[in-house]
Design a binder for this molecule. Structure first.
Ligand code: NAD
Length: 392
């Protein structure tokens, strides 16, 4: 247990979009934590942030890690940097909360998890949708058997982005600096929820198709589709996009006793069948060949408010008590979604089904080829976050 009642945090990548959100969260005084130090390579934005918050700033993360008043560090840099930064943090003897996804390749994810195990540090991932009581309630309904046998989960989601979005961020939308498109940037939260609800695991195998439908300022997929199966037999299908527009992220969760629809993280529909689907399938003997069991819509389950800062609060409790079980999402669990993302990209590249876990060497070979053959795109200098701040 740390000597302090509050966890003393540093942030690497503090002056970025999500880094700023973390800095704001840690300085609101709502949890057992405080913000001790900032770090970013963008000198101008770092100085502005440091002045505003009155918190010391470092241009180099090694300098930040040299401080003697830090218990834990949030890594909020672009995903291809997560592994190196997380490893440096745990090797300095600090606990770590990584941004999502934990890594952009299977090799980096494994390297990171090995270092976490070796150093025996507390390591969490900022998957704040897991704090959503709707998903928790669904998990409870699956675990308790209320939904019968879980058959399949379908997810669709679009987060439209213009060429302007990609032109703002130097690292976004390139194979070399981001390592993927909508799968690795917008979809990880929902892929994490999919893995959590379906099996608390990554899929056993899947087939994926990724396309860039029309984005001129991005080299990576703006539209992706995948289908597969988890080790426990639960099937899934998903379609994610920054090219399509107008829908809301939707889950359909099918059990043999009922089905649930969520839209934008809220309950939208809950149906219960009068008879279990498998029982009905075996027992019904006509006369209508199209007949299914009768069903009725149930009242939507009541849940509480979503507090996204529960990730920080649970992480701080884990650090203070030295109990990994207090984490909302561990780094180990973060691998379910990152490897799923990697598998969809690899499957699309190979044009065939892939089994998980993947071969890190095969993935690295593919990524090197994608980087080498990527078409040039016009990138703006990363001198503006116009249009992005609204999100946070
Ligand atoms: N959990 C969420 O909801 C959520 C939301 C947005 C972003 N993210 C994740 O957070 C990460 C950052 O995304 P963003 O949108 O904030 O990007 P961003 O570009 O706005 O911020 C990244 C910051 O990292 C800094 N940086 C880069 N290299 C650095 C280094 N070597 N040392 C110190 N600082 C460095 C940059 O200067 C920048 O300020 C991504 O992995 C993204 O997926 C998560």
């Amino acid at each position: 247990m740390t000597k302090h009642k509050k966890v003393r945090f540093g942030i690497i990548g503090s002056a970025g979009l999500i880094g700023n959100y973390h800095a704001g969260t840690l300085t609101k005084g709502e949890g057992p934590y405080e913000l001790t130090a900032l770090c970013d390579i963008d000198a101008a934005r770092l100085a502005e942030q440091s002045n505003k918050l009155g918190v010391p700033a470092h241009a180099d993360y090694r300098e930040l890690l040299g401080r003697d008043d830090l218990d834990a560090v949030i890594v909020a840099t672009p995903h291809p940097l997560h592994a190196d930064h997380v490893i440096a943090v745990v090797e300095s003897g600090r606990d770590v909360l990584s941004e999502k996804p934990i890594a952009h390749t299977p090799g980096d994810a494994r390297r990171m998890l090995k270092a976490i195990n070796r150093t025996r540090r507390i390591a969490g991932v900022h998957y704040q949708h897991r704090a959503n009581p709707v998903y928790r309630k669904i998990k409870e309904m699956i675990t308790s058997g209320e939904l019968g046998r879980l058959l399949s989960i379908r997810f669709t989601g679009s987060w439209y982005k213009s060429d302007f979005y990609y032109s703002l961020g130097g690292w976004r939308g390139t194979w070399a600096d981001e390592g993927g498109g909508t799968l690795i940037n917008q979809a990880p939260h929902d892929i994490d929820i999919l893995c959590y609800l379906a099996a608390e695991d990554m899929p056993a195998e899947l087939i994926g198709r990724c396309s860039n439908l029309y984005h001129a300022t991005s080299q990576v997929e703006d539209h992706a589709t995948a289908a597969g199966v988890f080790p426990n037999g639960v099937e899934f299908a998903m379609n994610v996009s920054v090219a399509a527009h107008g829908d809301l992220p939707t889950f359909n969760i099918f059990g043999t006793a009922g089905m649930i629809t969520t839209v934008a993280g809220k309950f939208a529909k809950y149906i219960r069948y009068e008879q279990d689907l498998i029982e009905f399938c075996r027992e019904y003997d006509g006369p209508n060949p199209y007949q299914g069991p009768k069903y009725e819509q149930q009242p939507l389950p009541v849940v509480g408010e979503h507090d996204p800062t529960e990730v920080h609060k649970c992480f701080a409790q884990a650090v203070l008590t030295r109990k990994k079980s207090k984490l909302l999402v561990s780094a180990k669990e973060g691998r379910w979604s990152s490897e799923t993302i990697n598998a969809i990209i690899l499957s699309s590249y190979l044009g065939k089904k892939v089994k998980l876990p993947l071969s890190p060497a095969r993935y690295d070979k593919m990524l090197a080829e994608l980087i080498a053959t990527a078409r040039p795109v016009e990138r703006g200098q990363r001198d503006s976050q116009r249009g992005m701040e609204a999100k946070w």
